[in-house]
Design a protein around this ligand. Structure first.
Ligand code: TPP
Ligand code: MG
Length: 686
């Protein structure tokens, strides 16, 4: 049943389609200027985009993709603002000149919110579905700010080809499983740049959605009346029933794929596509609704005039300055000093594994915004290492829950969760399985704050049990810190004992940035000979250990230092214990620095102590080639060159693709205290 659309909406839609058309036309006419930075426009897709955006409310959330400039116009972004992004100007409201046209991020009270939009096709599905998951969590836990978020709808817009990305299925699965209030809008122009639908998909979006049990509507996206009505119906259903719905809209692409990939190079369907042009159809709809042709002509002319004048102004707008490059790399944290007490009422030393549980229990008790999810962390098991044991029972399934095997979703959903004000703690079951989640970590999580120019920090903790322990073999032993430390925009902790772990979890929780905590499985219970010191007294609830503070965990003898025959081992995780055991053979000659955080790195302490000793080993569990450890050694060499007696020595695993299962081979592969003793002997005059 179709409801009549008001004249006001029709006029608005018409004005905005004229605006979008004028933009496309102008960008093409001025292509020598506008193609300096790549852009795509909505030409051909405008009607479905306007039918949606004119119905969104300020409490809603929308994730437009790069072809959605008409969605942006529809929610109230001005053409001038769009042009500022087109031309990468300083006042580009989305990214201050950091990212492409129609890659928005928006946090205005009077408009739907937009989290950072990456350019990776389909990858917006997970962060955006994370928003819906967050809203549902807030609703279930009475955290909704009634004015702003009640009955909010989340919209995720896609091109048809992008939904063939594997990650989209993780989002669909979760939306269907949890009944999330999300609208997936798929704009089907049958093109994936130059690859046609016939080459890239077996089924279309409607059929695909059915497989997940997601309700779908098919619509002619060039028909404003039909599009508006179906979207209206879907939005009402989502607001009322909190369910996911997919709208599959057929549209023609009437412009270049992007300014850099031009339609005349490969499109053989342009004549047919032009017959589907939504612009004359919308004009006809207005005429049949008693608008005068002369009025429509006037709107078209005036819009075009105003756009041309905006463009002139935008060309003159200020460019970012070189020093702006560094703005908003990390959100400032207030946790900079160690606070609280290292002891508490509990007089028994605790295991690292329990330190994490106790820290999270305290956080979840204090903050309803804190929740925990990942594979097998729920009540039944409490994590495969029991590293979340008791939490599910204490806080219930709504706050501590199992996810499907979806590392991308686990990591990427924190973007949306954090955007709605939650503080997710998530877990990757083994570091070996972080790879499917790395794309989200790199593409979405790590860049959100920087590319939204500070609008969307992502505050989350990603717990990652790591490291080799008792013949874990090739898929349960890996270390991944070199990969992670190469991703800018995240912080990485690697504590080596119970109190540090508890204190760092607290700091990570209150840090407005994404934090990965690497937790060595072999240290969880301090069972391995030489790792007994992983057990410590439990710090009190207020104890916080800021990120970026290393610790001298073994001191050398001052007299021996003065004789010039000592060395400093810089290490972390299991390396701390290999070094400590090895140091027993060199009484007073070894200083050990436990990094505790790999990013930010406590360069000050490291350089200071290396300069004192003049000899240094960087010890890690990873294969040494091209590793974090080698990079640290290089930093030390550059900074401390004049103080070094010899080259910095890096000790790591053998440079092989995997840690073999057989224990003899595993032992040969990994560093251990004996190997460290051998290397120390070569460096010291014993
Ligand atoms: C992950 C990823 N792979 C490849 C690309 C390059 N790319 C940009 S657009 C595009 C086609 C997307 O087609 P579709 O989703 O149907 O949107 P349309 O451009 O047709 O509106 C591709 C492959 C990308 N941006 N991200
Ligand atoms: Mg397409």
């Amino acid at each position: 049943m179709s409801t009549k659309i008001s004249s006001e909406i029709l006029k608005k839609a018409y004005t905005l389609i004229c605006t979008a058309r004028s933009l496309s036309k102008l960008y093409e006419e001025e292509k020598d200027i506008t193609s300096k930075y790549v852009h795509a426009t909505s030409k051909g897709h405008e009607v479905i985009q306007l039918a949606l955006s004119l119905q969104l409310q300020k409490q809603d959330w929308v994730s437009p993709y790069y072809r959605d400039d008409s969605i942006l116009l529809g929610i109230g972004i001005t053409p001038y603002e769009l042009m500022l992004q087109l031309l990468c100007k300083k006042d580009d409201p989305f990214s201050a000149g950091r990212t492409y046209y129609s890659h928005p991020s928006l946090k205005r009270d009077d408009m739907p919110k937009i989290i950072h939009q990456s350019s990776a096709t389909g990858m917006q599905a997970i962060p955006t579905t994370g928003i819906a998951l967050g809203l549902q969590y807030k609703s279930q836990n009475n955290l909704l700010d009634k004015k702003d978020t009640e009955n909010a709808v989340v919209v995720c817009s896609f091109g048809d080809a992008s939904i063939t990305e594997g990650e989209v299925s993780e989002a669909f699965q979760m939306a269907a499983l949890k009944k999330l209030p999300i609208l997936y809008l798929v704009q089907d122009n049958e093109w994936d740049i130059s690859a046609h639908a016939s080459e890239t998909r077996a089924v279309d979006a409607t059929t695909y959605a059915k497989g997940f049990g997601i309700k779908s509507y098919y619509v002619d996206g060039t028909d404003f009346n039909e599009s508006y009505n179906i979207i209206s119906k879907a939005l009402k259903e989502i607001r009322k029933e909190s369910i996911p719905i997919l709208i599959h809209a057929k549209v023609p692409l009437l412009n270049h794929h992007t300014s850099g990939v031009r339609m005349e190079w490969y499109r053989d369907d342009l004549e047919d596509s032009k017959k589907q042009d939504p612009f004359p159809k919308l004009k006809k709809l207005l005429i049949s609704n008693n608008f005068e042709q002369s009025e429509l002509d006037k709107i078209e002319k005036e819009t075009d005039k105003s756009i041309r004048s905006d463009f002139k102004k935008a060309l003159k707008a200020e460019n970012p300055k070189p020093e702006d490059l560094f703005d908003n790399d990390f959100a400032p944290t207030e946790i900079n000093e160690e606070q609280g007490s290292l002891t508490s009422k509990n007089k028994e030393p605790i295991f690292m594994v329990d330190a994490a549980i106790f820290a999270i229990k305290e956080l979840m008790t204090k903050h309803t915004e804190c929740l925990l999810y990942g594979q097998d962390v729920g009540q039944r098991l409490g994590g495969v290492f029991r590293e979340a044991a008791t939490l599910g029972k204490i806080f219930g399934d709504k706050r501590v829950f199992n996810t499907p095997i979806q590392e991308a979703f686990i990591i990427g959903s924190t973007v949306g969760m954090s955007a709605v004000g939650l503080k997710p703690i998530v877990e990757i079951q083994f570091a070996d399985y972080i790879w499917p989640g790395l794309n989200q970590l790199f593409t979405e999580v790590s860049r959100s704050y920087y590319l939204s120019n500070g609008k969307w920090p992502i505050s989350c903790i990603i717990r990652v049990p790591t490291g080799a322990y008792g013949s874990g073999g090739p898929y349960h032993s890996s270390s991944v810190e070199s990969i992670l430390t190469n991703i800018h925009g995240i912080k990485i902790a690697y504590p080596s004992n119970a109190s540090d772990l508890k204190g760092i979890i607290k700091a990570a929780y209150y840090d407005p940035n994404p934090v990965i905590i690497l937790e060595h499985k072999g240290l969880y219970w301090g069972k391995i000979k030489g790792t007994e010191e992983t057990k410590t007294l439990e710090p009190d609830e207020n104890y916080i250990l800021p990120m970026g503070k290393a610790k001298i965990t073994l001191k050398a003898n001052q007299e021996v230092i003065e004789k010039g025959n000592t060395l400093c081992i810089i290490t972390y995780g299991m390396g701390v214990y290999w070094a400590k055991t090895a140091a027993k053979a060199f009484i007073g000659q070894i200083e050990i620095i436990d990094l505790r955080t790999l990013y930010p790195l406590d360069k000050k302490l490291i350089f200071e102590r290396v300069k004192v000793h003049g000899k240094c080993i960087v010890l890690s569990e990873e294969p040494s080639n091209n590793s974090f450890a080698q990079s640290l050694a290089s930093k030390i060499s550059q900074e401390c060159f004049n103080y070094l007696d010899m080259a910095v020595k890096v000790i790591g695993s053998e440079n092989l693709p995997a840690i073999p299962l057989n224990s003899v081979l595993e032992e040969k592969m990994l560093p251990n205290s004996k190997k460290v003793v051998t290397e120390i002997s070569k460096l010291l005059d014993c």
